[in-house]
Write a protein that binds this ligand. Structure first.
Ligand SMILES: Cc1cc2nc3c(=O)[nH]c(=O)nc-3n(C[C@H](O)[C@H](O)[C@H](O)COP(=O)(O)OP(=O)(O)OC[C@H]3O[C@@H](n4cnc5c(N)ncnc54)[C@H](O)[C@@H]3O)c2cc1C
Length: 383
């Protein structure tokens, strides 16, 4: 069993780390404080091949493996959790979905643009009454001539502020749950699409999260992705990759928490010694390091499974639930090590505590991940 990264993966991680630490990290506090979408950094990430990391080079992407993509998300998240999730949505939930299920004209229209950062994608699945139970779509797509009329409301659409195209899920056969849902590529400026105000979220601020209203939006049949009724299956496929990315995002946030806490433990003195000399603080750091390493193994394993297996649903769910909860504990311990300084609004520890919490909620809550794991063959108790 080999657990090392390849030379190509190491080199790629180094180049992303350099971008993240020099260009992104200095901006993270302001992105959070102003809740402002970082348009320029998203463009720069596109120019560096980070908007379509696994998309084939022939389609304008980086042509890299999923482990490399996870490394990229982790490095960006160490600098800014917000930019990491902007990239994760575009990569996993839109570009990869179009690459895997898009018709040739959809790939021609959008894939290169999405992969190079020339266009930004959003994923509109959640509704006011359909979050965890996303199969119960109230948004409908009613057949009309040679197309559809889409009407409904979507909430918490990340990237909505700057998106050029959205994957919109809607019921083509209402009242039968997930089997009646279809997916559509809808330009963000289509007639009848209206975005509400930016959500004033606790963390991952600057994500451009808005509610979207679709008011009799006309799309042609050629806007549908995959066959009618396959939309929910397609969403779940995309979420497998998305959950690997959120695990990597959590890992990056946790790593940032460990890094700032360790530095503080070496710097801050009480009773004439650095607090890092006390066992009470050392054990917190030891637990952070150990749990983050376990999260890293699960995350990279899930990423490798995405490359080599037809589905990585269970591996992705295990990585997401463990990494997000380990990173939550790491951010919480970092705040404890900083104590009052960590509890100050605007401190790094405070931002990390707020940012990490979202990783246990979006792309399926921790409860959903546990449901997925419990239903899988891997979790079946052996006699
Ligand atoms: C910052 C942010 C960005 C987001 N971005 C997007 C996006 O880009 N696109 C998008 O479509 N959505 C997005 N979402 C929405 C997100 O995916 C949903 O919030 C999430 O799926 C949970 O749905 P909900 O909030 O409606 O919770 P609910 O479904 O109302 O669940 C409430 C609670 O009940 C629990 N629960 C529900 N059912 C069960 C069950 N059967 N067993 C045990 N527990 C259960 C849940 O785990 C949760 O704890 C985003 C959310 C956030 C916070």
């Amino acid at each position: 069993m080999r657990l090392e990264l390849t030379d190509a993966q190491e080199t790629f991680r180094g180049s992303v780390r350099e971008f993240a630490q020099t260009r992104v990290a200095p901006r993270a506090a302001a992105i959070d404080a102003e809740n402002r979408f970082p348009h320029d950094l998203v463009r720069e990430a596109g120019a560096r091949g980070l908007m379509g990391v696994t998309i084939p080079t022939a389609d304008g992407g980086g042509g890299r493996d999923y482990v490399s993509y996870a490394l990229a998300v982790e490095e960006i998240a160490r600098a800014s959790a917000t930019l990491a999730v902007i990239l994760a949505v575009n990569n996993s939930l839109v570009a990869e979905l179009v690459a895997a299920f898009g018709q040739p004209h959809q790939r021609a229209a959008w894939l290169r643009r999405l992969a190079t950062g020339d266009a930004l994608g959003a994923f509109a699945l959640s509704e006011p009454d359909a979050g965890t139970d996303a199969g119960q779509q109230r948004t409908t797509a009613v057949r009309e001539g040679n197309g559809y009329r889409i009407t409904g409301r979507k909430v918490w659409v990340a990237n909505a502020e700057a998106a050029d195209v959205m994957v919109v899920f809607a019921a083509t056969t209402p009242d039968i749950g997930g089997r009646g849902v279809s997916a559509f590529l809808v330009p963000a400026d289509a007639d009848g699409v209206r975005a509400g105000g930016v959500v004033d979220s606790l963390g991952v601020r600057g994500l451009g999260c808005r509610p979207i209203t679709l008011d009799e939006v006309h799309v042609g049949e050629d806007a549908r992705v995959g066959p009618e009724g396959d939309g929910f299956r397609i969403a779940l496929w995309a979420l497998d990759g998305g959950r690997v990315a959120i695990a990597a995002q959590a890992l990056g946030i946790g790593q940032a928490a460990f890094h700032v806490a360790l530095a503080h433990a070496q710097r801050r003195h009480t009773f004439g010694r650095p607090i890092g000399r006390y066992q009470g603080v050392q054990w917190m750091l030891a637990d952070m390091a150990t749990e983050l390493e376990a999260a890293r193994m699960l995350t990279y394993r899930a990423a490798a499974a995405k490359d080599t297996q037809e589905r990585c649903t269970t591996e992705a769910a295990m990585a997401k639930v463990y990494a997000s909860e380990a990173a939550h504990r790491a951010a919480d311990r970092a705040m404890q090590i900083f104590a009052a300084e960590g509890y100050r609004r605007g401190s790094t520890a405070e931002r990390l505590v707020r940012d990490v919490r979202a990783t246990e909620i979006y792309q399926g809550t921790s409860e959903v991940q546990r449901m997925v794991i419990a239903a899988s063959e891997i979790a079946q108790v052996q006699p």
